[in-house]
Design a protein around this ligand. Structure first.
Ligand SMILES: NC(=O)c1ccc[n+]([C@@H]2O[C@H](COP(=O)([O-])OP(=O)(O)OC[C@H]3O[C@@H](n4cnc5c(N)ncnc54)[C@H](OP(=O)(O)O)[C@@H]3O)[C@@H](O)[C@H]2O)c1
Length: 251
């Protein structure tokens, strides 16, 4: 049990981010629950955490304006009474475009949410005074970066930038006692496909069906606890990356 420590999870109103926030709350963290449009989901989790004796704060922000993203760290710290010691950048915008059809607006939006906002959140985390003891940042990448499809050009460019930022930040922030790692999920939850289509793809992975948010929560918890691990990406994908999924019809 981690009593008195504060975690901030972006995109905590639904899906994977919500599961991560719940998992950290179960471990005793006070939770900064960031959301943008999922107010209902964030509120439900907030009430659950309070009902089980935990502590949480609801923090709304549109991360497509990354210059304001760092405010979340200060707001979480002020609301929960101490420095944020764990930051999980789970919020992400997903869309399909290619070099042929992308526009300045879609490019900027996807790069802002998927790369610039997490970077400014990392900066705000590292600028805290006093710094938390044993600070840990976990960024969410994507196993399909290993065989990325150009049909999601801007999305993957954002994830590539975040991958580089993860390693550079790990190097820079190590001496401050802050570790920076990433999780690259595989087929955890359906995105722009039907449940049936998702299930049929999951079945084709080397480990078959079963990968779910609980596996991402476990990976995040490992990286938060692994005191000698930094600049690392933990791929949690049931072996999907071994198949070159991104460029195959089942990617
Ligand atoms: N699900 C998978 O199978 C899978 C696979 C590979 C990688 N991943 C990665 O794992 C992470 C979590 O996955 P997920 O499927 O749970 O993600 P998701 O459903 O696509 O989105 C997660 C969150 O991003 C937030 N978000 C989107 N645009 C935003 C904006 N402009 N401002 C603030 N927040 C914004 C949303 O908040 P609101 O709903 O509150 O607006 C949402 O809760 C993501 O980084 C994703 O890329 C997931």
């Amino acid at each position: 049990m981690t009593v008195g420590k504060i975690a901030l999870v972006t995109g905590a109103g639904k899906r994977v981010g919500k599961a991560i926030a719940r998992g950290l709350a179960d471990d005793g963290y006070a939770l900064g629950l960031h959301y943008n449009s999922s107010a209902g989901g964030a509120q439900d989790l907030y009430e659950d955490i309070l009902a089980s004796g935990g502590k949480a704060a609801l923090l709304r922000k549109d991360l497509s304006r990354p210059e304001t993203a760092g405010e979340l760290v200060r707001e979480a710290s002020a609301a929960l009474g101490g420095p944020v010691s764990v930051l999980v950048n789970s919020a992400s915008a997903f869309d399909t475009d290619s070099l042929a059809d992308l526009t300045w607006d879609t490019w900027q939006f996807l790069l802002n949410v998927n790369a610039a906002a997490p970077v400014f959140l990392m900066k705000a985390f590292a600028d805290q005074y006093p710094l938390p003891e044993g600070g840990a940042i976990v960024n969410m990448l994507d196993t399909q970066m290993n065989s990325a499809s150009p049909e999601r050009f801007s999305y993957f460019c954002g994830k590539f930038a975040l991958d580089g930022a993860t390693r550079l930040a790990a190097f820079e922030l190590g001496p401050k006692g802050i570790r920076v790692n990433a999780v690259a999920p595989g087929l955890v939850l359906p995105s722009d496909q039907s449940q049936e289509n998702f299930d049929s793809r999951q079945k084709l992975t080397p480990l078959g069906p079963g990968l779910g948010p609980q596996d991402i929560v476990a990976a995040v918890k490992y990286l938060v606890a692994a005191k000698q691990v930094t600049g690392h990406t933990l791929v949690v994908d049931a072996g999907q990356r071994l198949m070159g999924f991104g460029n195959s019809p089942i990617g």
